[in-house]
Write a protein of this length. Structure first.
Ligand code: GLA
Length: 403
């Protein structure tokens, strides 16, 4: 759908046929919140909401970018070293940053590109639309670079998924300038339908964990449509606090390069040496990594109730210890807890708004949605109604030669 829209819109606006169309999904993270930049463990699945990027090469060194979500065209002669400013242009930075990362490496892009973005991953919902855009752009550029030199059919079969994810992450942290971890780009590139991705953010090792209860359970995403002002600065604050705690632990016990190196025993032994706020931040990271491990075991056993219990615990920890939740997210999780058949729920993404991911018995999906619709306005002031997506797990990035 998204792919078709990207292809046809490309043809209409540029009056030519795209050479490739790539698409990459958004993600939800079942467990493992704010562990990725601590070199910890995460367990995301890709959802069936995608961003598609249609592309064709040029020969004059110019890059033209359009999106079905934004008016106008962004045009640059050569890839910029600095991000573009202005609301009508800044959306293009995710793509421009990735093109800069690929150029001269995974792809030759010196001739320029025409690029068209379409998709249905909601922005600002914590479903990582930016990573989907980065990874889809990376695959499209790789496909076009492949057209010039390599064999596109083999590119389709053997997309260098990790390299595309890394390029997306470098674009986000280096070019766009958000100090995030690697989870979103890896999930968008490497996830597969019917599986959750167990990712070790230190070693970058991945393991597919069957997520095959989808006849009995559904992943329901409730987007609060709230985006609090402090989301980005608070995220950066947490990253800084974790660095501070890492240095303190390193002085205390040695050999600590990130909070990943702090296990429960070390934490318990030295908890009192930390100021209260840092103590709670570290406790979240330590217990959250444990929750990912136990959730992986539970998923392997098909024990969705146990996974759900870890999700509720994760939310409580993010709310109380890590302090990245907000009233709107808490309200949805409370409603989830009070609904028979919702086995687990937690905030997903950076926090301070965005979405809740819930694991819901199939028979309870309608009831949960109805309770959110009824109960949410009683608990919070509603500027915008929350929207619900009933998702299935999906494949990571795909590349298609254009028909
Ligand atoms: C955002 C970031 C991710 C991750 C999550 C929290 O989505 O982009 O890297 O840190 O927040 O788990």
């Amino acid at each position: 759908m998204t792919t078709t829209e990207a292809r046809t819109t490309f043809s209409t606006v540029y009056d030519r046929t795209p050479a490739v169309v790539a698409s990459a999904p958004g993600r939800v993270n079942l467990v493992g919140g704010h562990t990725d930049y601590n070199e910890g463990l995460v367990l995301p699945i890709a959802v069936d909401l995608r961003i598609a990027v249609a592309a064709a090469p040029r020969e004059d060194g110019r890059f033209r970018l359009r999106s079905t979500d934004f008016a106008g065209e962004v045009v640059v002669d050569g890839l910029p070293d600095e991000p573009l400013h202005g609301e009508d242009r800044s959306w293009a930075n995710y793509s421009l940053g990735v093109l800069g990362e690929l150029d001269g490496g995974l792809a030759r892009l010196d001739g320029g590109l025409d690029l068209l973005v379409a998709g249905d991953v909601p922005r600002g919902a914590g479903l990582s639309s930016s990573a989907a855009l980065e990874v889809a752009t990376a695959a499209a550029a790789y496909g076009v670079g492949g057209e010039a030199g390599n064999d596109l059919d083999s590119a389709r079969e053997e997309l260098p998924r990790r390299e595309l994810a890394e390029a997306g992450w470098r674009a986000e942290t280096g070019f766009v300038g958000l100090d995030c971890g690697i989870m979103d780009q890896y999930a968008s590139a490497l996830c597969r339908a019917g599986e959750a991705l167990f990712l070790d953010c230190r070693s970058r090792e991945t393991e597919a964990v069957p997520f095959d209860g989808e006849s009995a359970y559904r992943v329901v995403v409730v987007d609060t449509r709230v985006e609090h002002e402090l989301a980005e600065s608070a995220y950066n604050d947490r990253v800084a606090e974790c660095r501070d705690a890492t240095e303190r632990f390193d002085r205390l016990v040695g050999g600590v390069d990130s909070l990943r190196d702090v296990d429960r025993d070390a934490f318990v032994a030295h908890a009192d040496d930390l100021p209260g706020t840092l103590r709670r931040r570290v406790r979240h990271v330590v217990t959250e990594n444990e929750r990912v491990r136990t959730s992986v075991e539970a998923l392997r056993d098909g024990d969705f109730d146990a996974v759900g219990a870890r999700m509720y615990e994760s939310h409580a920890s993010l709310r109380d210890d890590y302090e990245v939740s907000c009233r709107e997210l808490d309200a949805v999780v409370d409603i989830a807890r009070g609904t028979e058949g919702v086995v687990g729920a937690r905030m997903t993404g950076g926090g301070f708004g965005g979405s809740v991911v819930a694991l819901v018995s199939s028979h309870a999906v309608d009831d949960f949605r109805a309770r959110v619709d009824r109960g949410y306005p009683d608990r919070v002031d509603v500027d915008a109604e929350p929207r619900t997506f009933v998702c299935t797990s999906a494949d990571g990035v795909r590349l298609d030669r254009s028909a």
